[in-house]
Design a protein around this ligand. Structure first.
Ligand code: NPW
Ligand code: K
Length: 497
C-alpha cells in the first residue's frame, strides 16, 4: 500500500539504522545534518522573531551537531546567538565535529547557561541517541529552564525524553515546538512525551523512502489510511440482518446505564440490530429507557446458552456496569468462541486468576476477543507488565495482547491498540474532554458494533477508537457520555483517505 509508510512511526534504534544505510548508499550525511539544522533555524525565526537572544544548547552527539548548524544559520540571520556546549567540544566526532567547526561564534560551557526572560532556548542536547538516565547536573539545568518557562524549540526530541517510550529519563525539557526529521517516533505520540514536545513538525531532510521503509516496524499512527479498507460497506442490498446483531449485557437494576450507552453507541456505529441482554430484575428499567434497542431477559448461564443458540448473534459486549464476580466470569468464558468486547467489570472479574481468561481464549486464531482496559484495569490483569519501568506503553500493550491472545486497547489520552501478531497503533485524535464518566462504555459499544458488522478484531478496535475520538470532537467541550453516544457516526469511506 503506497501511503502506508506515511503513517508508520520509526523508533530511535531504527532511525540510527536509517542513518547508517543512508550514509552507505552514498548520501552525504553532513548534508542531512545541514538540512536538519537549517530547518530548526527556520522554525526559530518563524515562531520567535521577537526573541531577545537565542540560546543554543549543544550536546555531545549529532543532535548537538544540528544545534551548531542552526546556531550558525541564526547568527548569519543577525540573531544574537549564544551557544553552550555540554562536555568538551573537542571530543565531537564526524558530522557533529564538522558542524562545530563551521560555527563562527563563541561557545561557552553548558554550566554557564541561566535562563533569562526574552530567551528562546534551542534544545540540541540529546535526541535519538539518549542512551541512559541523565546526569544530575543536566537534570538541574533542565528543571531550571522548565521552571523559568522560557520557550524551548527541541531538536528531534525534547532532551531527556525517550523516543521509544515517551517517558522522561528522569526529566525532559518542556518544549513548545519540536522539529523532527523524516518521521515521528513513538515518544512523540505517547504521554507524557506528546505533551513535552509541544507542536511537532516533521521536516523532510531528503532520506529516500525506500531506506525508511526498510527499517519501519509495526507501530503506526491510528488512522483510517491504514484500516479504512476494512470498514463495513453499506450496499444497496443491505438490510438489518446483514448488518450484524450486537448483544450488550446489562448489569443489575441499579447499574443499567452503562450497558445502554454501549448499546446506543453500537447502533450508531452502524450495526443492524442491538439487543440488551438484561437480568429480569432490570427488565422494566431497561425496557422503559430504550426504543431502537431491543431487550431480552438473560438471567443466568443456562439462559445464556439458550440465547447463544441463535448464531445470528454476531458480537457481544460484556462489562459496562455488569458487576464484578462469578457471573461475569462464567458469561465471559461461555462466550469464548464468539466475537467479544470485554470491558470494565468484565476485565476486573479476572483480577485474581487472569490465566482462566487467557486459557479459554488461547486457541482462537485469529483472535476475536477485544479487551479495553484503562490504566487501573490493565494493572489488575497484567500487574508485572504494568509495573515494569523499562517498558513503554506500546511494549506493555503488545506483551499483554500476546499473553491474552486478544486485541488490547490500552486506554488513555494516548490509547494504544495492540495485536498478538505484533502490530500496534497509537491513537492521537482524542480531545481531553473525552475523559468523562461513561466514555469507555461508548467505546466498547462502537467496537462491538464494528465487530458485529464483520470487521476483523484489530481493525474494529482501531477504527472504534478513532470514531470515538471523532465523535468527541464533533460534540466539543463539556460533552457527556449521552452526547458522545448520540454523536457516533459510521466512518464514511470518503474520509478514509
Ligand atoms: N537520523 C538521521 O538521519 C539524522 C539525525 N540527525 C540528528 O542526530 C541525532 C542523533 O544523533 P546521535 O545518534 O549522535 O545521538 P544524540 O542524541 O546526539 O546523543 C548521543 C550522544 O549523547 C551521549 N549520551 C546519550 N545519553 C546520555 C546521557 N544520558 N548522558 C550523557 N550523555 C549521553 C552519547 O554518549 P555515549 O553513549 O556514546 O557515551 C553520545 O555522545 C538525532 O536526534 C538528530 O538530531 C540529524 O543530524 C540529521 C540526520
Ligand atoms: K533535543
Amino acid at each position: 500500500m503506497k501511503q502506508r509508510s506515511f503513517y508508520h512511526l520509526i523508533t530511535p534504534a531504527a532511525m540510527a539504522a536509517v542513518d547508517r544505510d543512508a550514509a552507505r548508499s552514498g548520501i552525504d550525511s553532513f548534508g542531512l545534518m545541514q538540512k536538519a539544522g537549517q530547518a530548526v533555524c527556520a522554525a526559530a525565526l518563524r515562531l520567535f522573531p521577537e526573541a531577545v537572544r537565542m540560546a543554543v544548547l549543544c550536546g555531545p552527539g549529532n543532535n548537538g551537531g544540528d544545534g551548531y548548524i542552526a546556531a550558525e544559520a541564526l547568527r548569519l540571520s543577525g540573531v544574537d546567538v549564544h551557544v553552550f556546549h555540554l562536555g568538551d567540544p573537542a571530543l565531537l566526532k564526524g558530522d557533529a565535529s564538522a558542524a562545530f567547526l563551521a560555527y563562527r561564534g563563541k561557545v561557552r560551557p553548558f554550566a554557564e547557561y541561566g535562563p533569562c526572560s526574552g530567551d528562546l532556548v534551542i534544545d540540541a542536547l540529546f535526541g535519538a541517541g539518549l542512551g541512559r538516565v541523565l546526569d544530575q547536573p543536566v537534570v538541574e539545568v533542565i528543571e531550571r529552564i522548565n521552571a523559568a518557562s522560557v520557550p524551548v524549540i527541541a531538536v528531534d526530541l525534547p532532551s531527556g525524553l525517550d523516543g521509544l517510550t515517551g517517558q522522561p529519563r528522569p526529566v525532559a525539557m518542556q518544549a513548545c515546538h519540536t522539529v523532527t526529521f523524516m518521521a515521528r517516533k513513538p515518544g512523540h505520540l505517547l504521554m507524557p512525551g506528546r505533551a513535552l514536545c509541544g507542536t511537532v513538525e516533521v521536516f523532510d531532510i531528503g532520506i529516500p523512502g525506500r531506506i525508511l521503509d526498510a527499517h519501519r516496524g509495526d507501530v503506526a499512527i491510528n488512522t483510517p489510511g491504514i484500516w479504512g479498507g476494512s470498514l463495513p460497506k453499506l450496499t444497496g442490498a443491505a438490510y438489518k440482518f446483514t448488518r450484524g446483531h450486537l448483544t450488550v449485557f446489562s448489569g443489575p437494576m441499579s447499574a443499567t446505564g452503562a450497558a445502554r450507552l454501549s448499546a446506543m453507541a453500537g447502533l450508531k456505529a452502524g450495526v443492524g440490530l442491538v439487543t440488551l441482554a438484561t437480568p429480569t430484575e432490570a427488565l422494566c428499567v431497561n425496557s422503559a429507557q430504550t426504543t431502537a434497542v431491543m431487550v431480552k431477559e438473560v438471567d443466568d448461564l443456562p439462559a445464556l446458552h439458550e440465547y447463544l443458540k441463535d448464531k445470528r448473534m454476531s458480537a457481544f459486549v460484556l462489562g459496562p456496569g455488569f458487576g464484578v464476580g462469578e457471573k461475569a466470569r462464567a458469561f465471559t468464558l461461555a462466550l469464548s468462541d464468539r466475537k467479544l468486547v470485554l470491558d470494565a467489570d468484565g476485565i476486573s472479574s479476572f483480577h485474581e486468576k487472569p490465566e482462566d481468561l487467557f486459557e479459554h481464549f488461547a486457541k482462537n486464531a485469529p483472535t476475536h476477543l477485544v479487551m479495553t482496559p484503562h490504566e487501573g484495569e490493565f494493572t489488575r490483569l497484567f500487574p508485572d507488565l504494568a509495573n515494569e519501568p523499562a517498558l513503554g506503553k506500546v511494549q506493555k500493550a503488545l506483551a499483554a495482547a500476546k499473553r491474552a491472545n486478544a486485541i488490547v486497547v490500552y486506554k488513555g489520552a494516548d490509547t494504544v491498540i495492540a495485536s498478538p501478531d505484533g502490530r500496534a497503533f497509537i491513537n492521537e485524535n482524542a480531545p481531553p474532554w473525552l475523559a468523562t464518566a461513561g466514555s469507555g462504555d461508548v467505546l466498547a459499544g462502537i467496537i462491538g458494533g464494528l465487530l458485529a458488522q464483520g470487521m476483523p478484531a484489530f481493525e474494529a478496535a482501531a477504527a472504534g477508537v478513532y470514531m470515538h475520538g471523532e465523535a468527541a470532537l464533533r460534540v466539543g467541550e463539556g460533552l457527556t457520555a449521552e452526547d458522545l453516544a448520540a454523536a457516533v457516526r459510521p466512518l464514511q469511506m470518503e474520509t478514509a483517505f
